[in-house]
Write a protein that binds this ligand. Structure first.
Ligand SMILES: [Zn+2]
Length: 121
């Protein structure tokens, strides 16, 4: 099942770090202890960033559904989506801002620029 990638993927995080460096975005932390384990946290901005794997979080961008054990994977993906919603609402109620980026959007600077508009000056 080579197309299945876990949500906490180092290479995807490195792509975003590269984007931060190119745009001189500072103040981010990794492994910051917070509900939902955001991939990046900007503590002073009260901003969390999640990079969601397209498969695991059910993005409909491309056909990433595996041929085998369809029901099993579907169940997992539904659970992940439900968890994402819980994480969003819990963080929002604690006044954290949330930016969620799909894995496939990491290659699209236009989308990244738009999503990080609030911290790009
Ligand atoms: Zn996607």
């Amino acid at each position: 099942m080579s197309q299945v990638k876990s949500s906490h993927n180092l290479s995807t995080e490195l792509k975003l770090i590269h984007f931060f460096q190119e745009n001189k975005i500072k103040g981010w932390r990794r492994n910051f202890k917070l509900f939902g384990k955001p991939d990046f946290v900007f503590p002073t901005l009260k901003l969390t960033v999640f990079v969601d794997g397209c498969f695991w979080h059910g993005h409909d961008c491309r056909n990433v559904s595996p041929k085998n054990n369809k029901i099993y994977w579907k169940g997992k993906i539904i659970k992940n989506k439900q968890r994402d919603k819980i994480v969003n609402s819990k963080l929002k109620s604690a006044n954290w801002k949330i930016i969620r980026i799909w894995e496939c959007e990491l290659r699209k600077n236009k989308i990244l620029n738009r999503k990080f508009n609030i911290i790009l000056t």
